[in-house]
Design a protein around this ligand. Structure first.
Ligand SMILES: *Cc1c(COP(=O)(O)O)cnc(C)c1O
Length: 379
């Protein structure tokens, strides 16, 4: 019997890997220097650790160390990318393109840019959750500065075709940003091969600490800072960095680079088991989003005829969610599932099961039985 409740919400956040915590500890205790103090050893030690972390992050995505900007998380990285790059191109270019199924923070940036006078095109997605590449190409015109398309969707796990999107953006000479919070360490990412100019990362989605993230920004990409201050991070993100958090994120990236393939074999096996059990034993269950273009650790199901809030209330022994953590907080219905063409009832009957590095076969066996039994009891 696994210890309860079982954690099935790896898209909301992940536990800190032991190796990450160990690497962080000295920087929370003896190595407490300000990394920006350049006159003594305490500062040098902290500053050097941050540069190691920066390199670990850069290596995971095929970037150069100088192209990594530390931020507080993917929300800040997305804000810096979208607003910073849109404003840098303004007023010569006043148009950006994004997608209806982006994370709330990207859509909120886009709306804020609209309020400031920018034009935004919101690309739709098909029933699988994927954008139409021709529609993207047609939406780009001579006033377009930026295309922002997420890599892996946080609600349904669908993977967009980054390589093709990058090709189109390069051909049309527009900047390509991707919110890769759910993709880094999970799918192969190479910023040069995919022609990515900017990429957002969140540490706490990849077994690192919360409160830190990064923006990869290709050398010489026009951008303006959102914060004024001491000029840290090449003037793009003022404020004292936390060496412990930076080291934690860097270590999480190094571990991901080393373990990604092994993690994915593990996650695919457990997810496939859960998927097969649920689909074969529950006639009312349907998987949302493309099966082929998907990170399998994210399974979003509709259980036709069953209210998911009632289902979640009856599933006390498993921690899972009906959608994005942020939209659950505001109790809004999922706009991502709505974009796939699901009805209001279907959306209200959907939930997400997230599987990750620390999930065990025992947990998945118990979880599948438990979910199936509970759904059957509610039918
Ligand atoms: C979690 C998440 C974010 C926000 O990241 P934070 O580091 O928590 O700010 C942004 N985009 C996606 C796709 C996410 O999954």
């Amino acid at each position: 019997m696994p210890s309860l409740p079982i954690y099935f919400d790896y898209q909301a956040t992940t536990p800190i890997d032991k190796r990450v915590l160990e690497a962080m500890m000295p920087y929370l205790t003896t190595h407490f220097g300000n990394p920006h103090s350049v006159e003594h050893a305490f500062g040098w030690q902290a500053g050097a650790a941050i540069e190691v972390a920066r390199k670990q992050i850069a290596q995971l995505i095929g970037a150069d160390t100088s192209e990594i900007i530390f931020t507080s998380g993917a929300t800040e990285s997305n804000n810096l990318a979208l607003k910073g790059m849109a404003y840098a191109a303004y007023p010569q270019k006043n148009h950006i393109i994004t997608v209806v199924s982006e994370h709330e923070c990207v859509l909120a940036c886009a709306r804020s840019l609209e309020d400031a006078g920018f034009k935004v095109t919101y690309l739709s997605v098909d029933h699988d959750g994927l954008i139409d590449l021709e529609a993207l190409e047609n939406a780009i015109h001579d006033k377009t500065s930026l295309v922002s398309v997420m890599a892996v969707n946080n609600e349904i796990g669908v993977i967009q075709n980054l390589e093709k999107i990058g090709e189109i953006c390069r051909k049309k000479q527009v900047t390509f940003h991707t919110d890769a919070a759910q993709a880094v360490g999970k799918i192969a990412l190479d910023v040069s091969a995919f022609n990515i100019d900017a990429l957002s990362i969140s540490s706490h989605k990849i077994y690192g600490p919360k409160g830190i993230g990064a923006l990869y920004l290709k050398k010489d990409t026009p951008i303006i800072a959102l914060f004024d201050g001491g000029g840290q991070e090449n003037g793009l993100r003022s404020g004292t960095l936390s060496p412990a958090l930076c080291v934690g994120m860097g270590t999480a990236c190094a571990v991901a680079q080393k373990d990604r393939l092994q993690d994915n074999i593990h996650i695919d096996k457990l997810s496939q088991y859960l998927l097969n059990e649920i689909i074969s034993k529950l006639g009312c269950a349907h998987l949302n989003g493309s099966l082929d273009h998907r990170f399998l650790g994210n399974l979003n199901f509709t259980f036709k005829g069953i209210k998911s809030d009632l289902l979640v209330a009856n599933l006390k022994d498993v921690a899972l969610s009906t959608g994005a953590a942020c939209s659950s907080a505001s109790a809004k219905s999922s706009y991502v599932l709505s974009a796939l063409g699901l009805t209001k009832q279907e959306i209200a009957s959907s939930l997400r099961i997230g599987i990750g590095r620390m999930t065990t076969q025992e947990e998945v066996t118990f979880g599948a039985d438990y979910i199936i039994k509970t759904v059957k009891n509610l039918t």
